[in-house]
Design a protein around this ligand. Structure first.
Ligand code: S3P
Length: 744
């Protein structure tokens, strides 16, 4: 038997929480023997009949002399009865027995333990399973209750390691995720997320039930009332005890809520429709995020961002590439539409918005900065602009997930605000260089603290007065250029940026669309502060960076014929078309037109044998995001393709030169990396298992590679495809790629 294994599990109190742990421990053989202790003989009988316990007692003293090392006593009685039980346990249990509990408030139990034992003894491990239902009593015992639910343990310095390990292992064996937390923090968090909602539900039903004008309320109660008040039928005594036990934290939470409700009352009284939309859209967005989180793991991601779903693509060979499709909206333009719409005066309507994680991160950030944003709803977003000086201090850090564009462009805007802010992101973003924006912003007078080596998070100090500068960009980066132009809106005088090679100019075009003057003099772009942005209508074209996967699919697959509609063909983005055409691809640009200041066309691509080329360096910034899939084209081409001047690829969502070289090599293609590029020798793609390193574009590129592979390709770590191309798999399947998505 292992050090942590539990021999006897004694459960004191067989309500929903205790009964479910007993039943689960029995079913999963998490211990040798389960003993239930209850007050009433009938409950003891019933627990045996239901198979919840092996043995049931009505007197705790009967355990005297029976328990020792390896035994666990779980106390699961109403919070205010805990103390009496502890007094009894102290009399009958040796120090070797582990004692734990399941009370919803930890501070009061900690006080009880200290009162009974004099101090926290090493054998006591306080805990709280975050699971439950409005049902109560031993009949409600459910052995599945804890699966994928969190259990918070609140050990302190006195807690014995072996006791802690034993309790932790017990919970894990019944399917729970265990985490530890400080007692005070636990009680604050639970006051807000559990105790307050229960207080409100009980109070609402009580109010309505006693209001004579509402005597028919229950008869006509709609689904909303039913859903909202479900928890008001929870165990009344248990909840009475919880409210009293966690009094200070519950009172704080109630005060905060009353303030907010009072404010909402004022908004309705003033008939402030915009603000009302703001409150409801913010709440809806938060609830939708929570629903998503719940659907992938109950309660799992509520306190950390680290658990992203594991998604694997399995792509069989022999796929086709045929049909007409419209890929989602342009990522760069979607980001900018939210940013400029927020800073504009008036209401901006956006169509074709990319509902991918990156652009949604920007949208959420501006909500956090106080902007009222409706949608997205089928690509439609309405932004109630607050003007250049109308953003409000956010309540906490601004989290932009995987999105480098959000972080870099936002840093320019936030540097010009009166309030402090913090920008954070996911693990990949946390490794990406931010000095490229932090340094020139500092030259303008901004105050920004970064983590070591200029990495995120960024702490941006507000209230600085920015000065316009001229900046010679050492790398051709649209993100850096855009960041500085946006900061320039807040800087005194003129801000100008020299770009060593042309980069995407969506910021400049969109600023003009919002009525803000932007000058271009050769390679130098400048703005002058003092203007205003006027709300407008934005139609986001389909993203050429997403279309690129299908341009390559069409080019490498014999018999292929694909038409991609409404694709943005801004000349600063069309490197992929030029490069593929140089390789011999057959791409027709049809129905060229202009939509909202951006050129758009339909692209028809048909199979044509490709040959290797030396990619002209001036095309690199114009196809910067398309290199992963262009290297797949190179692998299918005859001869050698040489990429140089592309060191930027090493600091994207991952080192894309290395990631592609690794995968292509696994698939039997000869490649050689260099500091600033790669040489790929065209050949026959084999099957194999490749790693995307969590980079969306690497994952999609290897999916396309399957069209010319001899065997299946398994692509690992594909969850981030949702950052830029949420419906990639359905469109890929739609054109004939045999793709299976596995997730856990
Ligand atoms: C982007 C610019 C590019 C690109 C990124 C989006 C933008 O980055 O790789 O996906 O929206 O401005 P750099 O400008 O840093 O090369």
């Amino acid at each position: 038997m292992s050090e942590q294994a539990v021999r006897n599990l004694v459960v004191v109190g067989l309500g929903l929480i205790g009964g479910s742990l007993a039943a689960a421990a029995r079913e999963r053989q998490a211990c040798a023997h389960v003993i239930g202790v209850v007050r009433r003989e009938e409950t003891a009988q019933r627990a045996i009949e239901l198979g919840v316990v092996d043995e049931a007692l009505t007197d705790l003293d009967a355990l005297k002399g029976r328990l020792g090392k390896g035994d666990v006593v779980f106390v699961s009685v109403p919070t205010l009865s805990v103390r009496g039980i502890l007094e009894q346990l102290k009399r009958i249990l040796p120090e070797s027995v582990t004692i734990t509990d399941g009370a919803s408030v930890k501070g009061s139990v900690q006080r009880d333990v200290c009162a009974v034992y004099g101090a926290m003894p090493s054998q006591v491990v306080l805990g709280h399973p975050i699971a439950g239902s409005e049902k109560s009593g031993v009949e409600a015992a459910n052995p599945e209750l804890y699966i994928h639910h969190r259990v918070i343990l609140t050990p302190d310095a006195a807690t014995g390691d072996a006791h802690l390990q034993r309790v932790s292992a017990l919970w894990q064996q019944v399917g729970a995720d265990v985490l530890t937390m400080d007692v005070a923090l636990h009680d604050e968090v639970l006051a807000a997320t559990s105790h307050l909602p229960h207080a409100i539900a009980f109070s609402l039903v009580d109010t309505l039930a006693h209001d004579s004008q509402n005597e028919n309320i229950f008869r006509y109660a709609a689904g909303g009332f039913r859903d909202f008040t479900r928890i008001a039928s929870s165990d009344a005594i248990m909840w009475r005890d919880i409210m009293l036990a966690n009094k200070p934290a519950v009172l704080n939470a109630i005060d905060l809520f009353l303030d907010n409700l009072q404010r909402l009352r004022g908004v309705i009284e003033r008939e402030d429709a915009t603000e009302l939309t703001g409150v409801f859209t913010r709440a809806k967005a938060a609830r939708d995020r929570f629903t998503l989180m719940l659907s992938h793991r109950a309660y799992s991601s509520s306190m950390s961002n680290s658990e992203s779903q594991n998604v694997t693509y399995v792509v069989s060979p022999g796929g086709k590439a045929q049909g007409e499709l419209r890929v989602p909206g342009d990522k760069s333009i979607s980001h900018r539409s939210i940013m400029l719409g927020s800073l504009a005066e008036g209401v901006t309507e956006i169509e074709g918005f990319l509902e991918g994680e990156d652009a949604l991160a920007t949208l959420q950030t501006f909500r956090d900065l106080g902007v009222v944003i409706e949608g997205p709803d089928d690509g439609k977003v309405t932004v109630h602009g607050v003007g250049l000086h109308g953003l409000q201090a956010p309540a906490g850090a601004l989290y932009v997930g995987n999105s480098g564009t959000s972080m870099r462009l936002l840093s320019g805007i936030l540097a010009g605000q009166q309030f402090d802010s913090e920008l954070t992101g996911d693990e990949s973003l946390t490794k990406r260089p931010m000095n490229r924006v932090a340094k020139p912003l500092a030259e303008m007078g901004a105050k920004i603290d970064t983590a070591a080596e200029g990495r995120p998070p960024l702490h941006i100090h507000g209230g600085q007065s920015l000065q316009g500068i001229h900046y010679d960009m050492p790398v051709a980066s649209a993100q850096v250029k855009s960041c500085l132009l946006l900061a320039g809106l807040y800087a005194e005088g003129k801000t100008s940026v020299f770009e060593p090679a042309p980069t995407r100019d969506h910021t400049e075009r969109m600023l003009k669309g919002f009525g803000y003057e932007v000058q271009r003099d050769g390679d130098v772009i400048s703005v002058q502060s003092g203007g205003t942005l006027k709300a407008c209508h934005i139609d986001v074209p389909a993203d050429i960076s997403s279309a690129a996967f299908f341009l390559v699919a069409g080019s490498i697959t014999p018999g292929a014929d694909i038409t991609l509609t409404h694709v943005g063909i801004n000349p600063t983005r069309t490197g992929v078309i030029h490069i593929l055409r140089m390789m011999g691809a057959s791409i027709d640009v049809l129905n060229e037109r202009e939509v909202g200041g951006e050129p758009v066309a339909d692209l028809r691509v048909r199979y044509a044998p490709l040959k290797g080329i030396e990619v002209p360096e001036e095309q690199v910034p114009l196809a910067i995001d398309e290199f992963p899939v262009l290297l797949v084209a190179a692998a299918c081409a005859e001869g050698r393709t040489v990429v140089t001047g592309a060191e930027e690829l090493r600091v994207k969502e991952t080192d894309r030169i290395q990631a592609m070289a690794d995968g292509l090599t696994t698939l039997g293609i000869e490649c050689q990396t260099t500091d600033d590029g790669i040489i790929v020798q065209g050949g026959q793609l084999q099957g194999g298992e490749v790693e995307s390193y969590g980079d969306h574009r690497i994952a999609m590129s290897f999916t396309i590679a399957s069209l010319r592979a001899q065997d299946s390709i398994v692509v690992r770590n594909c969850a981030n495809v949702a950052t830029s191309f949420p419906n990639f798999t359905s469109l890929a399947k739609g054109i004939g790629i045999p793709l299976e998505v596995l997730s856990d």
